[in-house]
Design a protein around this ligand. Structure first.
Ligand code: NAP
Length: 265
């Protein structure tokens, strides 16, 4: 059981990489934790370590978020545990390669874990957050949320969804005590980069941000009230221009007439 006097953070994909560092940082901030992934041994070890080092309660929960059963189990948790005040939608994977050579199973796995699960989990937790007028949802997107590159069609598509979902949720909870932050990391030195698929990309090690630096920057962005945090972007105006261009283009599209260039002469 978590402690009702302490806030609880639910972190998906907590068995390694970015999720495991979020677990450490949120434990240091006094959160109890519910740690979700498939690898029970990793979750158990992390929970034991964080309980000992931070004096919090940490509960592992094994769930496969590529399955309807796994998503439904986490939804039920989010709907029933009133101590939950933070959801970190972090679990994700990337099969690299041209979409034409990808298997249907790989395609579906990415859609389920990277897109369906975070969307459904945000949906599941929001009513309780709205009822209490408090809560934080952190959605881990990617720099690929703003631009894909070849070999990442499906992955980048799922991450574009994360940004779009976050934008809309932010508008929907504006004026409430609920926070929604989208974090868009660039290449970060996690186990993702140890897979044969990623090794083929031959990205030099020095181009990878450390996982700790990435998560600490993302939490700093949250503390500063940012809605979208791109930890590796030095000039915030780069983001502001992108955001403004999207808003301007959307406004320009609100037009009942086709543009003159498409009208018959
Ligand atoms: P990672 O170390 O491989 O961690 C991925 C996590 O997702 C693991 O905990 C894994 O746990 C979990 N996961 C994968 N499939 C799952 C499933 N079917 N059900 C439940 N959990 C599942 O990689 P990471 O870099 O930390 O990735 C975390 C997030 O950061 C992802 O959303 C990723 O897209 C994003 N991101 C990473 C980078 C980067 O360069 N590393 C850049 C931008 C965005 P189990 O295997 O134990 O289930």
């Amino acid at each position: 059981m978590t402690n009702p006097t302490r806030p609880t953070a639910v972190i998906t994909g907590a068995s390694s990489g970015i999720g495991a560092v979020y677990a450490d940082r949120l434990a240091a901030r006094g959160h109890d934790l519910i740690l979700i992934a498939r690898r029970a041994d990793r979750l158990d070890a992390l929970a034991t370590r964080l309980q000992a080092s931070h004096g919090i309660k940490a509960r592992p929960m094994v769930a496969d978020l590529s399955t309807e059963t796994g998503i439904a189990a986490v939804e039920a948790l989010l709907q029933s545990d009133t101590a939950i005040s933070v959801l970190v939608n972090n679990a994700g994977l990337c099969h690299v390669g041209p979409i034409a050579s990808m298997t249907a199973a790989e395609h579906s796995e990415m859609l389920m874990v990277n897109l369906v699960a975070p969307s459904r989990l945000a949906h599941a937790v929001l009513p309780a957050f709205l009822a209490r007028n408090t809560g934080t949802i952190i959605n881990i997107g990617s720099a690929n949320s703003v631009r894909p590159f070849p070999g990442t069609a499906v992955y980048s598509g799922t991450k574009a969804y994360i940004l779009s979902l976050s934008f809309a949720l932010q508008d929907e909870v504006e004026g409430t005590g609920i926070r929604v932050q989208a974090v868009l990391p660039s290449a970060t030195a996690t186990e993702m980069w140890d897979t044969p698929e990623f090794k083929k990309l031959e990205v030099p090690f020095e181009m990878l941000m450390s996982t700790e630096a990435m998560v600490d920057a993302a939490i700093s962005g949250l503390d500063q009230g940012e809605l979208v945090t791109m930890p590796s972007v030095a000039d915030i105006d780069d983001w502001n221009r992108f955001d403004a261009a999207g808003r301007d283009l959307f406004a320009a599209a609100a037009n009942a007439q086709p543009a003159p260039r498409y009208r018959a002469a």
